[in-house]
Design a protein around this ligand. Structure first.
Ligand SMILES: Nc1nc2c(ncn2[C@@H]2O[C@H](COP(=O)(O)OP(=O)(O)OP(=O)(O)O)[C@@H](O)[C@H]2O)c(=O)[nH]1
Length: 595
């Protein structure tokens, strides 16, 4: 028998590390692997057939073992930023003093994000017929896509467009979902809905496709109720032919708005989510009796009863994997409600909670949920009941003129793969009362030094101070690890624990109206709470630093494991009058939460 090769501890550690990364399906999430991830990302093979510019491919997955399915086919492709650009932003984050923006500056008009004259459309599928071969169809689609990108770039000077999806394969998925669905559930995050609602998409669905859109304002648990109402009114005024439904998959979970020291272990009870009934009602209004939705209504009722009785229903759901050929030749003019079945297509940007909405509608977990954007790779359909089919689609980033920093904070980019996170931290800090919330000590101040005047803060100072507070040190020199601190702050923001919410135009002037709106109790009931102070009332057991460290390291991992852990039901509360809305809406973190 041949002698075993000696295997050092270092090699073993490396082997385990790469195994873990393979399992996670991404290239590095810790500080030690960040450079490696960039190098690997560039070297690995890519299957994109749509490269038109210098593209960065994100979320590289290990190749399929059977050699058939290619897991990289649908990963995110964004335009690469030049080294100089990245360096410039990093320098600015180190040098520029942070300046708080005014309330008014948080008001965002959709026309500033999607200005009509800039041609911010999305790629369309070119026409086809059954005489065409598969190859000629694919070639035609590629050509048309290249022309689309050229046109977009000719109308928008370099650097003016935000990140958007450059992977044609993912756009193909959207085409199929739009073609096969009867009603489109367009899901957006209530914290920044105008970022994720491309007017061109709305006009295409309601115009060319002649289909109806139900806008799902998701994650309402993360927003002050008056703001939810204000957004709903603003969006109705902009898109009058669209049903708008508020939704949350995490009702009554204090985790949503509080920066907590402990690791909040939670099990999501999908069937207690707020909003499925409203989606049903919107669909009943649209279908107007043309399809029998009584089985769906019965399902919602029986799930609620089962939830009360034993904590969850166990209805079975038939899942269909779509084959490539089924994908390629579906007709644009497919008849509505074919075979008496309503098909609902769930579309939206990455991380807005599409999979969570599907799980909530089904009443249990059928789709994997993750805080890593771009997690949903391939569209699948699920029979909710014999007459209602749900169709999940990978998240898509449409071209817009929004700040890239805000895009990062909206969770479209995997944080662990950011080359330069500091400017996004700066963007966040200028729009939130970060000093009082995070309780930071300026890195230039020594322990007992009296404060002669308020020190000036840069984004870099914030990261250093947070690293000091959290004990994040670089491995070699044991200096404060600003990169890791920046990642940690961005994750807190994306998860909604350090909450940045945009506001519709005119919000400040009409504030009183929204704060006294008759719909407030309804929104708060949906959120599972009765007043704003409630979020600050929640207390939990403290946990060790080690647990928090663990959370940081694994912050881009799936949420799915949480399903197996203990769940504390939100306490039931008496109805109270809404109060406290005049306080700064960011004042959601308690005094001692960063201790
Ligand atoms: N607070 C809060 N978090 C939510 C809600 N819905 C989803 N999330 C979280 O948002 C993150 C993304 O959720 P997903 O359902 O995976 O989002 P997705 O749109 O399918 O994401 P992609 O796969 O990237 O397209 C996860 O961390 C969820 O736990 C919600 O209603 N409230």
């Amino acid at each position: 028998m041949p002698r075993k090769k000696p295997f050092s501890n270092k090699q073993k550690k490396k082997q385990l590390q790469s195994k873990r990364e393979r399992k996670r399906g991404e290239t590095g999430s810790g500080p030690s692997s960040r450079n490696a991830s960039l190098e690997r990302g560039d070297r690995q093979s890519d299957t994109s057939d749509s490269e038109t510019t210098d593209i960065r491919r994100i979320n590289q997955q290990p190749g399929g073992r059977d050699g058939g399915h290619d897991p990289n086919r649908f990963r995110l492709h964004f335009e690469k930023e030049s080294k100089e650009e990245v360096e410039k932003r990093k320098r600015a984050a180190m040098e520029n003093e942070l300046k708080s923006v005014t309330d008014k500056d948080l008001e965002t008009d959709i026309c500033d994000i999607y200005p009509t004259e800039k041609g911010l459309t999305f790629p369309r599928r070119p026409s086809w017929n059954y005489e065409m071969t598969r190859e000629s169809l694919l070639r035609k689609e590629e050509k048309s896509y290249r022309e689309y990108v050229d046109d977009l770039q000719s109308r928008n000077p370099p650097g003016s467009l935000s990140h958007f999806e450059h992977n044609l394969e993912t756009w193909r998925q959207l085409w199929r979902v739009l073609e096969m669905s009867d009603i489109i559930l367009l899901i957006v995050d209530i914290r920044h809905p105008v970022l994720q609602l491309p007017p061109d998409l709305y006009h295409y669905i309601t115009g060319a496709l002649q289909k109806q859109v139900v806008l799902v304002l998701n994650k309402v648990d993360l927003s002050p109720p008056p703001l939810v109402i204000a957004w709903k009114h603003y969006l109705t005024s902009q898109f009058p032919h669209m049903e708008i439904v508020c939704f949350t998959s995490h009702p009554g979970q204090p985790y949503s708005t509080i920066l907590q020291k402990k690791r909040m272990r939670k099990k999501v009870h999908w069937s207690v989510a707020g909003g499925p009934l409203d989606i049903l009602k919107a669909c009943q209004g649209i279908t107007a009796g043309k399809v029998d939705l009584s089985s769906w209504e019965r399902k919602i009722k029986s799930d609620a009863v089962a939830e009360l009785a034993d904590g969850g229903g166990e209805s079975s759901v038939v899942m269909e994997h779509q084959s490539d050929s089924a994908m390629e030749m579906s007709s644009l003019s497919q008849e509505l409600y074919k075979d008496g079945v309503l098909t609902l297509g769930c579309i939206g940007f990455p991380n807005v909670g599409k999979s969570s909405v599907i799980n909530s509608l089904v009443g249990r977990k059928v789709v994997s949920v993750s805080r890593t954007p771009g997690h949903t790779k391939y569209f699948q359909t699920y029979y909710l009941t014999p007459t209602v089919k749900l169709c999940d689609c990978p998240g898509l980033v449409f071209p817009s003129r929004v700040d890239k920093q805000l895009q990062i904070l909206a969770g479209i980019y995997p944080v662990s793969q950011l080359q330069e996170p500091y400017s996004s931290v700066g963007y966040l800090c200028e729009r939130t009362p970060f000093l009082s919330v995070l309780k930071l000590k300026h890195p230039s101040l020594s322990d007992n030094e009296p404060l002669s005047q308020e020190p000036k803060w840069t984004a870099w100072d914030v990261c250093e101070a947070w690293a000091e507070r959290r004990g994040y040190k670089t491995a070699k020199a044991a200096r404060n690890d600003a990169y890791r601190a920046a990642n940690s702050l961005l994750r807190l923001a994306i998860d909604g624990r350090l909450c940045l919410c945009l506001r519709p135009p005119g919000y400040s002037c009409l504030r009183e109206r929204w704060e006294n709106h008759p719909d407030l109790p309804e929104i708060m009931a949906l959120q599972g709470r009765t007043n704003m102070a409630e979020a600050s009332d929640e207390e939990g057991e403290s946990s060790s630093e080690g647990e928090e460290e663990e959370r940081d390291r694994d912050a881009d991992d799936d949420d799915d494991d949480e399903d197996d852990e203990g769940f504390k039901r939100p306490p039931k509360r008496d109805t109270e009058q809404p109060s406290g809305f005049t306080i700064n809406m960011y004042d959601v973190l308690k005094e001692n939460e960063c201790e």
